[in-house]
Write a protein that binds this ligand. Structure first.
Ligand code: NAP
Length: 286
């Protein structure tokens, strides 16, 4: 059996086009175009690329680019003051602090200053709490993107066995909560899990976000399962994920490639969150 490829590039493009239409509707109804304030601290090349792409695609969707750049040696107070300024600025619909920040900064404390309604990365404790309680809020972009892929490809979730590998605040934990909200039976694996492959083999839907190249091989996949690979690793032969793609594609029913799977969805969901935030702030939420 060869798995169906889940085309994140195509789905992300559709989501971004939908967001672009939503922005036009907001503006033609008398509202203001959403403003996205990406905040980059320092000059980490990978972070620079991520932020550049977020800015480019937000502008393509008709949003205002309100990017701010701080020097790598900025102190905590100055960085905090910038977040406070953006929090108070009505032109700013969403604030995205690009992580990781330089080590001398307390990034948790900076994220905590972002008002929940402008937290388009969905990382504040307020939004995490709303998600845990199953109440509306801004959701973390990568797991939200995975949910959109599962929906687009009609992967049934109610009653399904879902296994999430990883329990980070950014990916694993919110991923598990989102799957639970769709009535999957969710198991979360982490570095202390005994016999990872055995647990993964239970999964109808397997989401891998461990940050370890090739940690999931064909022996860890139930025939016909849907496998979502969140991992991104830059190697000599380009990008690869946490899943042994060439082997798993022969066992799974559907699988995301790396690149072209989950990656493009993250920015698309950031734009969707920014539009949602702008609508809510302008009293035009659903
Ligand atoms: P992270 O914060 O390093 O978390 C990794 C998780 O994997 C931890 O919970 C860890 O368990 C678990 N883990 C480590 N070794 C394991 C093992 N041997 N068996 C089972 N679980 C294990 O990473 P992250 O931020 O969640 O990101 C995960 C991956 O996704 C990375 O490759 C990252 O680059 C990628 N990513 C991609 C996107 C995207 O847009 N596609 C977005 C975000 C992240 P413990 O909690 O016990 O340590």
């Amino acid at each position: 059996m060869t798995a169906r490829l889940i085309d994140g590039t195509a789905v992300a493009r559709r989501v971004r086009e939908e967001v672009g239409r939503g922005v036009q509707e907001l503006v033609s109804a008398g509202g203001t175009a959403p403003g996205l304030a990406t905040v980059l601290v320092g000059d980490d090349p990978a972070s620079e690329v991520y932020v550049r792409n977020k800015r480019r695609l937000s502008v393509e969707a008709g949003m205002q680019d309100l990017h701010r750049h701080l020097p790598g040696d900025v102190d905590q107070e100055t960085a905090a003051a910038l977040i406070d300024e953006l929090a108070a600025d009505p032109a700013v619909s969403g604030i995205l602090l690009q992580l990781p920040t330089p080590k001398h900064l307390d990034s948790d404390a900076l994220v905590a200053r972002i008002p929940a309604e402008k937290d388009v990365d969905g990382l504040t404790t307020a939004n995490a709490g709303l998600l845990a309680q199953g109440r509306p809020g801004l959701r973390p972009c990568t797991p939200a993107g995975v949910m959109t892929l599962l929906e687009e490809y009609d992967v049934p979730l109610p009653g399904a066995e879902a296994v999430v590998v990883g329990r980070s605040v950014l990916v694993g934990k919110p991923m598990a909560q989102l799957l639970l909200a769709e009535n999957a039976t969710v198991t979360v694996c982490h570095s202390r899990t005994r016999d990872l492959a055995e647990v993964c083999r239970r999964a109808d839907v397997l989401v891998v976000a461990a940050g370890i190249p090739g940690i999931v091989g064909a022996d860890a996949v139930k025939p016909g399962a849907t496998v979502i690979d969140v991992g991104i690793h830059r190697g000599e032969n380009g990008l690869r994920g946490d899943v042994e793609f060439d082997d798993v594609v022969e066992v799974a029913g559907a699988i995301t490639p790396v690149p072209g799977g989950v990656g493009p969805m993250t920015i698309a969901m950031l734009l969707a969150n920014t539009l949602t935030a702008a609508r809510a702030q302008q009293g035009r939420g659903d």
